[in-house]
Design a protein around this ligand. Structure first.
Ligand SMILES: *Cc1c(COP(=O)(O)O)cnc(C)c1O
Length: 424
């Protein structure tokens, strides 16, 4: 039987036979990409993101599941002077059919990732997060009752909550920043039974986020001319591009790839800085001098990834190049004003990152890089937290341990080893 999908190295174009791999066995600095048996997108009879099961690297859906929703909004279109604007919202707002109870599009990554690991033998994913990814994985773990290890900076603990008790989360808080959390998580992933989740290198993560583009294309019968999103790692934008490549090969949704319009939040804008001179590599001293201070001064800190998959083959540089894309540097003032406008006009309290994307769209219209009559997809990647609080009781996820960034002592590893045995 022909398998549902294969994976291929984008850099070297060779097939990779071990589908559990996160990187190329031949050593190419490249993402691996899924190639699905079905070239035409067949819709599955499930609600939420598993409607697109044909193009997700899992055999079965994890149900119940939420998904991205695509809708038009007359008031917003009028406010912005656009005639063919579609909004994709990944958050919680039942009035618009939006039901991601962890509040962001990170849930679209967490669900297929957990499902895939289960199908491939039940290894436990280890995730480093600045907040939204950790909450998404904790939420999915609580729902499907499968284990997950999450490492977050201590300041992010308040963002770690679920709408049902989470009994299978091993949460570690680090007295440091996101970079410290990443370093510790890669050590914890070596504990037997655990695996690194993989970030942008994880095909389930990217193909899950790609359902945003699939849903928009299916709802509107075509790919949009323009796609707007705020980026930290750029994984979501890479995913949108990959989904568009599949839709182009399908043939029914148009042949022109959507132009990627990606935004970062001033003053932390390394990708904007590198892309403006069309450089494939990010040079820290040039593109993000004094990062600690800059990270502290953005309104959307989920956009402050210091090591994005930008130059890697199949990464964000290639995605921008292939779609003739644009990068925007958005100020906090622009972000706040966009946030208020969406709250007033649409009623949704946006995640700050989604406000940055909205501000980029406003800029693009002013600059003429997107025309009022073009088809535009605005990816509002998170929000609805007020509505979640109204509709649910929130359960904080408690850390098993809080450690110093330099702490490599036995206690943490012994405790984790013991804990994994429950799931042996
Ligand atoms: C993580 C996140 C982003 C950025 O996504 P990347 O894939 O890292 O570029 C944007 N918006 C929200 C709400 C997020 O949580």
């Amino acid at each position: 039987m022909i398998p549902k999908y294969r994976i291929r190295c984008v850099g070297g174009n060779e097939l990779v036979t071990d589908i559990t791999r996160l990187s190329c066995p031949d050593g190419h600095d490249s993402l691996l990409r899924t190639e699905y048996r079905e070239r035409r997108l067949r819709l599955a009879p499930f609600s939420g993101m598993y409607r697109y099961l044909a193009w997700l690297p899992v055999e079965r859906p994890m149900l119940p599941a939420g998904g991205p929703v695509t809708f038009t909004h007359e008031g917003l279109s009028k406010e912005l002077g656009l005639s063919r604007l579609s909004i994709s919202f990944s958050g919680y707002f039942p009035e618009y059919g939006a039901n991601l109870v962890t509040g962001s599009f990170k849930e679209l990554e967490a669900s297929p990732t957990m499902q895939r690991l289960e199908e491939l033998g039940g290894k436990i994913p280890v995730i480093a997060s600045a907040g939204n990814t950790g909450r998404a994985f904790a939420g999915i773990s609580a729902r499907c009752k499968k284990p997950v290890v999450i490492v977050v900076p201590e300041q992010a603990l308040s963002r770690l909550w679920t709408v049902e008790p989470s009994r299978d989360v091993f949460l570690v808080a680090v007295r440091g920043d996101y970079t410290d959390a990443i370093a510790l998580s890669s050590m914890l992933a070596d504990v037997p039974g655990c695996v690194p989740e993989g970030g942008a290198k994880n095909i389930a993560r990217r193909d899950g986020m790609g359902t945003v583009m699939l849903d928009a294309a299916v709802k509107t019968d075509r790919m949009p001319d323009h796609y707007f999103q705020a980026v930290g790692s750029g994984t979501g934008a890479i995913a949108a591009w990959e989904a568009a490549l599949r839709l182009r090969a399908d043939g029914r949704y148009g042949i022109i790839l959507p132009k990627l319009h990606c935004a970062q939040n001033e003053p932390f804008t390394p990708i904007v800085s590198a892309w403006h001179v069309h450089r494939r590599t990010i040079i820290p001293d040039t593109d993000m001098p004094d990062p600690v201070n800059k990270v502290r001064n953005v309104m959307a800190d989920v956009l402050t990834n210091r090591n994005p998959p930008y130059g890697i083959a199949g990464g964000l540089f290639d995605a921008l190049k292939d779609t003739n894309g644009l990068m925007y540097s958005v100020t906090n003032a622009e972000g706040r004003s966009a946030m208020k406008m969406i709250h007033d006009v649409v009623g949704i309290d946006l995640d700050p990152a989604a406000a940055i994307a909205t501000a980029a769209l406003i800029r693009a219209i002013e600059a003429g890089t997107a025309k009022p009559s073009d088809t535009i997809l605005l990816n509002l990647t998170g929000g609805g937290y007020e509505r979640i609080r109204e509709d649910f009781t929130l359960f904080p996820v408690e850390p098993v341990l809080t450690v110093r960034p330099d702490e490599r002592g036995d206690e943490l590893f012994v405790t984790l080893r013991e804990w994994t045995k429950r799931y042996g």
